[in-house]
Ligand binder design. Structure first.
Ligand code: FMN
Length: 213
């Protein structure tokens, strides 16, 4: 079992490959090792040295402890959804929100045919729902058979356990690398109760993503 810091999201050390892992071994143990290191899961974010920019970046982002979201969509009768951390508002007027989906997720595949996405904020006690949407993949399991939902605007699956949600039309798609950003023009929303605390990254950092990034 690899330690938690080697399994967390985001997967920023992936491009370093074996060389990156060997330098970790050298840095930590002080001498070369023959072992190949962990499989390239794409999720190793070890700060290789105290000055490692990617590692420090990861720690800054993790420390900010932003809310996580569940994004759902539907296209040609195919429903999909996954947990995301890479999401945020990018304009006030008009209201715009950026959702970033990994190219390896089924949600990305279905979103490729979709015109709308739904974005849900979760109450902090939603660990089981986050696990369903973050650690399972729609390539293997119909997540919507394991949670309560109803068809909302544009037929989008709206999760009953969500604290609040909004729906947006996909205006633009931007290829950022291993993720594609989808800019949403907000068309409908339901506000959460003001006393609800949202589920944050720190509560789900131990989850193993259902798909490698
Ligand atoms: C804490 C955490 C954050 C995640 N953030 C994202 C993200 O921003 N974008 C993304 O596409 N996947 C993200 N994932 C991974 C997906 O939720 C996961 O691979 C999911 O199983 C994909 O399901 P699908 O194949 O049905 O789409 C995250 C997973 C975890 C555990």
């Amino acid at each position: 079992m690899w330690p938690r810091w080697c399994r967390t999201w985001p997967p920023t050390c992936r491009s370093d490959g074996l060389g990156g892992w060997l330098s970790v071994c050298l840095g930590r143990l002080g001498e070369p090792r023959d072992e190949p290191g962990p499989p390239d899961t794409g999720r190793c974010c070890v700060p290789r040295t105290i000055h490692d920019t990617n590692g420090a970046f990861d720690l800054v982002v993790a420390g900010a402890d932003a809310p996580v979201w569940i994004v759902t969509t539907v296209a040609e009768g195919r429903r999909a959804g996954c947990l995301i951390g890479f999401g945020g508002q990018v304009s006030i007027e008009p209201r715009r929100f950026l959702v970033n989906l990994s190219k390896r997720n089924r949600t990305y595949e279905v979103a490729g045919e979709a015109h709308y996405l739904a974005v849900h904020v979760l109450p902090e006690e939603s660990g089981a729902l986050a696990q369903l949407f973050g650690s399972e993949t729609g390539f293997e399991l119909d997540k919507f058979e394991h949670c309560e939902w109803h068809a909302g605007p544009h037929g989008l699956p709206i999760l009953a356990a969500a604290a609040g949600w909004f729906v947006g039309e996909i205006m633009e798609r931007h290829d950022f690398g291993d993720h594609v950003g989808m800019v949403l023009d907000i068309t409908d929303a339901r506000a959460p109760h003001p006393d609800i605390s949202p589920l944050r990254y720190s509560a789900v950092a131990d989850l193993t993503p259902g798909r490698p990034a």
